[in-house]
Design a protein around this ligand. Structure first.
Ligand code: UD1
Ligand code: CA
Length: 460
């Protein structure tokens, strides 16, 4: 159980339109790692166990609320976007005087928990602000310091003098302060600036004027403070995020052939000695057992993999469980609700759907097996099709233990193949077949003596 900090509140600003994204989607719903920007920030905020998280929403607000309704936050509308200071002012009346308030931006998703904890510690009787030295500070608010290196104020790009624009220390936008102080500073904001907005950043000059210390917390890396204003920045952050995922996996002992060529779009858990080759995409919840090998060009979504499984190149595996020692691919497609027992072999150009396959069974070439229960030790020959659909309804196929299905067989469901049965190649099986017997359905092979191929007629 985590205990919440009873006197700590977080406000996340998410009302901006994001016009530069050139999109119908509100900015904070754009995704990195297949998760909306705002959700990343909320997940980060929750790690600090605040008493409450307030999200200030505005532009496209209903879309944001609908998409993220499961998040444990209190939604607060900012009907008109009059600036970041105005946005914080919508939430501040709800926060008791004795709280510390932290303000996060819904479009700055990669700030680290460590930085935020330092910020919280810095803001007990002071105003804390996250900063960063950038070689290209264009667009960010700059931290203006006096001769003694004390923070004086933040100046926005548009309002800055050429000398101020040369300052490389920037404001990440993330601040924290005692609620009682923040409330008074916000009440005194004006919008006399180049944008005609109420800037949250102006509270820094207010604190200085009041003699309240301003403590800066340097972000550990530039990715922490990167904001998303354009599609190019979204793409850049996606890569930063993926790099962090790859670092985490390697720290857990995973061998990545190229950490730049892996995409994680969900929650991954790994055993020992997992090896992942290039161009792999892992989506949703993926569990990889000890010694899993994933070859190049594989996509796994919602998959549980037991120990010692080999997945050869170019497979797509979704909502499936792979038993210990299975060998999959190359070029296999495993669709939802498929469960493979241990040591199953699924080879090239095989599609499985809603099927259970028993221990040691093999479906190695060019087959469709859907709505099927396959026993143990079964061999399904090349080109076998379970005909599970009559155009209106779906039916199940059952294949008993140790059955042998000859190549190019159609099994017309519902149908059951007895244990140990053999089906002759090229059969169309419409009725249940007895165990341990050979069943086949073919016309007898005949040779038509003296038959001649047709020849082309000559025009008259
Ligand atoms: C802001 C800071 C700047 C800082 C930069 C860091 C101000 C005035 N400037 O600039 O010093 O370097 O972030 O990324 O704060 N929002 C609202 N309501 C509004 C306006 C904005 O909720 O009325 C939200 C936006 O959705 C966004 C955040 O506040 O999540 C920041 O707003 P944005 O317009 O992106 O500020 P910047 O110009 O980037
Ligand atoms: Ca921004």
């Amino acid at each position: 159980m985590t205990t919440r900090n009873a006197t700590f509140s977080i406000i996340i600003l998410a009302a901006g339109q994001g016009t530069r994204m050139k999109s119908g989607l509100p900015k904070v719903l754009h995704e990195i790692g297949a998760k909306p920007l705002l959700e990343h920030v909320v997940v980060k905020a929750r790690k600090l166990q605040p008493h409450q998280i307030y999200v200030v929403y505005g532009h496209g607000g209903e879309k944001v609320k609908n998409r993220l309704s499961a998040l444990p936050v209190q939604w607060i509308e900012q009907a008109q976007q009059l600036g970041t200071g105005h946005a914080v002012n919508q939430a501040i009346p709800l926060i008791p005087d004795d709280h510390i308030v932290m303000v996060l931006y819904g479009d700055v998703p990669l700030v680290s928990e460590t930085t935020l904890r330092s910020l919280a510690a810095a803001s007990v009787k002071a105003l804390g602000a996250v900063t960063c030295e950038l070689t290209e500070p264009y667009g960010y608010g700059r931290i203006v310091r006096d001769a003694q290196q004390r923070v004086v104020r933040v100046v926005e790009e548009k309002d800055a003098t050429p000398e101020q624009r040369a300052i490389r220390e920037i404001n990440a936008g993330i601040i924290a302060a005692p609620a009682v102080l923040l409330r008074s500073w916000l009440a005194a904001l004006d919008n006399k600036n180049a944008n005609g907005e109420y800037y949250l950043t102006d509270v820094i000059a207010k604190a200085v004027a009041q003699g309240v210390e301003v403590k800066t917390v340097a972000a550990a890396g530039m990715q922490e403070i990167l904001g998303v204003n354009t599609k190019a920045q979204l793409a850049e952050l996606e890569r930063e995020y993926q790099w962090l995922q790859a670092q985490q996996l390697m720290a857990q002992g995973v061998t990545l052939r190229d950490p730049r060529r892996l995409d994680v779009r969900g929650e991954i858990s790994v055993g020992k000695d997992v090896v992942i080759d290039v161009n792999v995409v892992l989506e949703g919840r993926v569990e990889l057992g000890d010694r899993t090998y994933i070859g190049p060009n594989n996509i796994l979504r919602e998959v549980v993999v037991a120990n010692d499984v080999t997945i050869k190149p170019n497979c797509i595996i979704e909502e499936a469980r792979l038993g210990a020692g299975c060998e999959i691919g190359p070029f296999a497609r495993i669709r939802p609700a498929t469960v493979l027992a241990e040591k199953v072999h699924i080879g090239n150009f095989v599609e499985l759907k809603k099927s259970d396959v028993g221990p040691g069974s093999k479906i190695n070439h060019l087959s469709y097996v859907g709505d099927t229960t396959v026993g143990s030790g079964v061999n399904v020959g090349a080109g076998t099709i379970t005909c599970n659909y009559d155009g209106a309804n779906k039916f199940r196929t059952i294949i008993g233990d140790n059955a042998f299905i000859g190549s190019d067989t159609q099994l017309i469901a519902p149908v059951e193949i007895g244990a140990g049965a053999t089906i002759g190649a090229g059969s169309t099986i419409t009725q249940n077949t007895p165990p341990n017997e050979l069943t086949l359905s073919r016309v007898k092979q005949v040779t038509v003596k003296g038959w001649k191929r047709p020849v082309k007629k000559k025009p008259e």
